[in-house]
Design a protein around this ligand. Structure first.
Ligand SMILES: [Zn+2]
Length: 533
C-alpha cells in the first residue's frame, strides 16, 4: 500500500489546555491509519499536527487560543546565553557528579516545559528555571484535542492491496512516493548512538576569575583610548566581535567533549520505529513525569495511554536511499544517565525536519533543565541529519501560542518562523510579530493580501479527490458515477451513508469532502485516500 489513508471527522470543539475553557478549542481532525512521511510533512506545513494516530488542525480564526506552527532553522540556530548555561551545567554535572551549589536550593527547575514542543520556560536571566508547578499544567499531553468517539471502520490493508493490484503497481511507479522504500520490517535497524557529553573546558570558578581579569584589562585599555580621544564603543565592538566569531562553540562542540574520567556518562540513543516498545522503565518515567509535572490523574496513567500518545504513529517507516541513514518515521530519543533512563524525546523524522511530538523526563533531574537540553539535542540531531540530507534542516516545535504567555518560550529558539494560517507561508518571528499578536491574537502573518494558498482547493478539484470506498480506491468522480447505477448494494450504501450523517451531524458528504480538500490542500486531496463510509 502506497497511500496515506485518513478518516476525516470535520470540526470538533474540545477543552482547551491553554486557557482552560471547556469547549472553546476548535479544530478539524482526522484519524490516520497510515501516513507517508512526505504527506505528513505537507500536512504540518499546512498547520496540522498529530497526537498518536489523531491528526488535527486548529481553526485559528475561531479558536480561543490560536496555534501557529513554529519551526526553527537548525542550520542557522544561535545559542543564547541561557542555552550555553544549560549546556555547561550539564557538562559540570557529568564531570563532577554534583549539582551546582546555587542549584541545590533551587526550586523545581524547568517544570514548565511544554511536553508538546519539548522546550522549556526559562528566563534568559534565570536559567536555573524556577518556574512553579502551577505553570507546569500548561501544554501537557492531555491538553491536546482528543479523537472524537466516532466509529472508525476497520481497514484490512491486504484486502485493499489485493483488490487494487493494478492501481497499486501504478502507484509504486509514481514519482510522488519513495521508489526504494523498505516497509516497516527493516533488518538490522541501527541504533544510532550519539555522543556522550562532558567537557573539560569552560565555565568553572577559575574561568570566572579570568573573565574578571579580562574585563579589568579591557576597561584599562578603554580608559587609555578615551584619554587619547578615540571612540571607545566602535573599537570595542569590532574587537569583541572578532573574538566571538573565533571562539563560538557549536552545539556539536558542547556534546562532543567526553572524558573517561567523568563521574557520569550520558548517552542519547535513537530508537527506530520498529524497535520501540513500552518498557517498565519508560512507563515509570512517563508516570512520574505526568504526575509531578502535569498533575495528571493517576488513574489515567496506564501503559496503554503511554502507548496511544507516544508510541502509536501513522507515519510510515521508510528508508529511501537518498534519506537519512536511519530512515524517516516516528522515533524515540532515549537519554540514559549511566544505566538510568532519565528522559525520552518522541520525534518524527520527516523529509524537511525533525518534529517534536512529546518529551518527558525524570523530575529529579529538573535541575539540569532537561526540557531545554532535549530541544538542543534535537536541534543537534537535525544538524547531523542535514549533513546527508540538506533539505532536512528544520526543527518543528509544534505550536506557538502567543495568547498563552507560558507558551511563548518556543520563540526563544532563534531564528524561528511562524506559519501564516491563510497563505501557508513562513514568517520570521520578530518583536514586530509579537507586538501584532499582542494587539490581536489572530494574525494572517503574510502581509501581502494577494498571496494565496498555492494548494488552494476549489470545487472543481472535487472530482479528482481520492476515496477509499468498499475496499477500492477511486476518484470522487468515479464514485458518483457508480452510484448512478441502481443496484441493491448502492441502495444499501445510501442507507449506510445516511446513518453516518446522523451520527456525525454532517448534512452532506460532498460538503465534507470539499472541506477536507481545503484543509489538506489540492495535491494531498488528490493523493491521500479519504475513507468514505
Ligand atoms: Zn484556549
Amino acid at each position: 500500500m502506497k497511500f496515506t489513508i485518513n478518516q476525516y471527522f470535520s470540526k470538533q470543539n474540545s477543552r482547551c489546555g491553554y486557557c482552560k475553557g471547556t469547549k472553546c478549542s476548535i479544530s478539524h481532525g482526522m484519524h490516520s491509519y497510515t501516513m507517508f512521511p512526505e504527506d505528513y510533512q505537507e500536512l504540518i506545513d499546512r498547520g496540522w499536527r498529530r497526537s498518536g494516530l489523531y491528526c488535527y488542525k486548529p481553526l485559528n480564526n475561531e479558536t480561543c487560543c490560536p496555534c501557529y506552527t513554529i519551526k526553527c532553522d537548525a542550520l542557522e540556530f544561535k545559542l543564547n546565553k541561557s542555552h550555553k548555561k544549560i549546556l555547561k551545567r550539564m557538562t559540570r554535572f557529568l564531570r563532577d557528579g554534583k549539582k551546582d551549589k546555587n542549584e541545590e536550593t533551587d526550586r523545581t527547575g524547568d517544570f514548565s516545559k511544554d511536553a508538546v514542543g519539548s522546550c522549556v520556560d526559562i528566563d534568559e536571566d534565570d536559567c536555573g528555571g524556577g518556574t512553579d508547578k502551577q505553570s507546569a499544567s500548561v501544554g501537557g499531553i492531555n491538553d491536546e484535542p482528543r479523537e472524537p468517539k466516532l466509529p472508525i471502520p476497520n481497514i484490512n490493508f491486504d484486502v485493499i492491496a489485493a483488490a487494487n493490484q493494478e492501481r497499486h503497481e501504478e502507484a509504486q511507479r509514481s514519482p510522488e512516493h519513495f521508489d526504494d522504500q523498505v516497509p516497516t520490517e527493516v533488518e538490522n535497524p541501527v541504533i544510532a548512538t550519539e555522543t556522550e557529553c562532558a567537557s573539560k573546558s569552560s565555565c568553572d570558578g577559575s574561568n570566572q576569575q579570568r573573565k574578571k581579569a579580562k574585563t579589568i584589562r579591557l576597561e584599562r585599555r578603554q580608559a587609555k583610548l578615551a584619554a587619547k580621544g578615540i571612540e571607545v564603543s566602535n573599537c570595542e565592538t569590532s574587537a569583541s566581535k572578532k573574538q566571538k566569531v573565533s571562539q563560538e562553540k557549536t552545539l556539536a562542540d558542547y556534546f562532543a567533549d567526553a572524558s573517561a574520567n567523568d563521574k557520569h556518562k550520558l548517552q542519547v540513543i535513537l530508537i527506530p520505529p520498529n524497535k520501540k516498545h513500552v518498557t517498565d522503565e519508560a512507563f515509570n518515567l512517563y508516570k512520574k513525569y505526568q504526575l509531578l509535572v502535569h498533575n495528571d490523574d493517576p488513574n489515567r496513567l496506564t501503559p496503554s495511554s503511554l502507548e496511544r500518545f507516544c508510541y502509536k504513529s501513522p507515519v510510515k517507516y521508510t528508508k529511501p536511499r537518498s534519506g537519512p541513514q536511519d530512515g524517516y518515521g516516528s522515533f524515540h530519543q532515549q537519554y540514559w544517565l549511566d544505566d538510568k533512563l532519565i528522559a525520552v524525546g518522541v520525534i518524527d523524522i520527516l523529509p524537511h525536519c525533525v518534529s517534536s511530538v512529546y518529551f518527558f523526563y525524570d523530575p529529579d533531574y529538573s535541575f539540569l533543565s532537561l526540557g531545554t537540553y532535549g530541544s538542543l539535542r534535537e536541534i543537534d540531531l537535525v544538524q547531523q541529519l542535514a549533513k546527508k540530507v540538506p533539505a532536512l534542516k528544520y526543527y518543528y516545535m509544534g505550536f506557538y501560542i502567543h495568547s498563552c504567555p507560558k507558551m511563548r518560550y518556543k520563540g526563544r529558539l532563534e531564528p524561528s518562523y511562524l506559519l501564516c494560517p491563510e497563505a501557508y507561508t513562513w514568517h520570521l518571528l520578530t518583536d514586530e510579530t509579537r507586538r501584532k499578536l499582542d494587539e490581536s491574537k489572530y494574525q494572517r502573518l503574510n502581509s501581502n493580501t494577494d498571496a494565496q494558498d498555492v494548494e488552494n482547493f476549489q470545487t472543481s478539484d472535487l472530482s479528482k479527490v481520492m476515496l477509499l470506498y468498499d475496499n477500492a480506491y477511486l476518484t470522487y468522480h468515479r464514485y458518483i458515477q457508480s452510484l448512478n447505477i441502481p443496484t441493491i448494494d448502492n441502495m444499501l450504501d445510501a442507507i449506510r451513508s445516511r446513518i453516518y450523517k446522523k451520527i456525525t451531524g454532517d448534512d452532506d458528504d460532498r460538503d465534507l469532502i470539499i472541506e477536507y480538500g481545503k484543509l489538506v490542500g489540492k495535491s494531498l486531496a488528490h493523493r491521500m485516500l479519504y475513507v468514505k463510509t
